[in-house]
Write a protein that binds this ligand. Structure first.
Ligand SMILES: C[S@@+](CC[C@H](N)C(=O)[O-])C[C@H]1O[C@@H](n2cnc3c(N)ncnc32)[C@H](O)[C@@H]1O
Length: 372
């Protein structure tokens, strides 16, 4: 069964689905990256691990994933890479429950790292995580999953990202925030909205528009330093929650976009209960990504000659995937509307555009692309 066919009772199951999808890509890459020797994973509002109904929460998902990745890549990881996990929840009873569950499930990462379970307040831990000095061979992932928004501030997230080797995944109950954006806005929300959206606060036309305004507000604030995206979780009819993803690295951003498009093959926007029905009904039909808007933007962008690196970055910054751009470029080439030349001026081989990560990561220009 595909992930998108799961019919969750709770949006929390989708939360951990996107957490898992992204972390799987992120940790697999880091475990093979020669220059990375330490990965820290922080789950700052981790909950109790296993719920009454047997459902597994974020700390269990994270530890299982690290074990799976180790099982797959043991020779490359052993002796090279250490994982450090910190699971934190202010509620000490939940932390005790979590520790018990880890024991019962025999879940540990003793061969490759450490697990630290703590019961501090987020406000204490965020200080430790802000403005850390870190080395270039260390990477950090922080999951922030509060019940509300009161403790959350974009300034704190900016501080956590400041070492440029940290990624943050934040869940916000945007449905409730949207409702209060209009009426009787509590002071804590007003402060948050002013910080994130500036003049647009209070002007959202719909819950989705509210999420997009938040995302764009975060992105504007962090422009030039960090990338931001959202993943919308629809529960019931017209109830929207959202995850926000922050990274300093375009490759990390690409991996998050891949996780999103894996789940929502048509829009790359989020998850909704419609996914379940549609997939069953049309499971013979290949879902096609909706790239119309991106195609319009790409056509305008390519009116000027662009390097393969510029086309790669433009695609990711427009929240699309390299296969989407490749499909559009191939169609243009087939209708003789595209000129692709190599660095030496010769025509590139048909169907080769050199815009994938492996072709751009060295930052050396390999091709130039122009609409004829
Ligand atoms: C939405 S739940 C987390 C769910 C968890 N991520 C999972 O997947 O199961 C939020 C948790 O945050 C904890 N919490 C609330 N306020 C906190 C604070 N200021 N600092 C740390 N933990 C807090 C609560 O005890 C609760 O367990």
């Amino acid at each position: 069964m595909k992930d998108s066919q799961i019919n969750p009772q709770e949006h929390s199951e989708i939360k951990v689905l996107i957490l898992r999808k992204y972390l799987e890509k992120y940790l697999s890459i880091l475990s093979l990256a020669a220059h990375v020797n330490e990965v820290e994973v922080y789950d700052l509002f981790c909950g109790e691990g296993v719920y009454e109904n047997g459902k597994e929460g974020s700390p269990i998902i994270i530890l299982k994933l690290i074990n799976e990745i180790y099982a797959k890549n043991a020779p490359q990881i052993k002796g090279k890479l250490t994982f450090k996990c910190q699971f934190n929840d202010r509620n000490i009873d939940k932390i005790e429950k979590l520790k018990k569950s880890l024991k019962i499930k025999d879940l540990h990462i003793d061969k490759i790292g450490t697990v630290n379970c703590t019961s501090s307040d987020y406000n204490e831990i965020k200080q430790q995580l802000s403005n850390r000095r870190t080395t270039s061979n260390k990477r950090t992932f922080i999951f922030i999953d509060p019940y509300g928004y009161k403790d959350i501030s974009i300034v704190d997230i900016e501080n956590m990202l400041s070492d440029k080797h940290t990624e943050v995944l934040l869940f916000l109950p945007t449905q409730f925030m949207y409702r209060f954006e209009k009426n009787a806005t509590p002071e804590s929300l007003q402060n948050f909205l002013n910080e994130a959206m500036k003049n647009d606060a209070g002007n959202s036309k719909s819950p989705i528009n509210f999420i997009n305004n938040l995302r764009d507000g975060f992105a504007n604030r962090l422009k030039g330093k960090h990338y931001v995206d959202s993943f919308i979780i629809t529960r019931d009819i017209k109830q929207y929650f959202s995850m926000f993803f922050f990274t300093s690295h375009i490759y990390g951003f690409e991996k998050f976009l891949e996780a999103k498009w894996d789940i929502d093959e048509q829009q790359g926007r989020g998850w909704s209960p419609i996914h379940v029905g549609q997939q069953d009904l049309f499971n013979q039909v290949q879902t096609k990504p909706n790239t119309d808007h991106f195609e319009e933007n790409l056509l305008v962008f390519l009116k000027e000659k662009r390097t393969n690196i510029e086309v790669h970055n433009f695609t990711i910054e427009n929240r699309h995937l390299i296969p989407h751009a490749n499909t559009i470029l191939k169609e243009l080439q087939n209708s003789n509307r595209l000129q692709v030349t190599l660095d030496d001026g010769k025509d590139a081989r048909k169907g080769s555009f050199y815009i994938g990560w492996n072709e751009v990561k060295s930052n050396k220009i390999k091709s130039n692309i122009l609409i004829k």
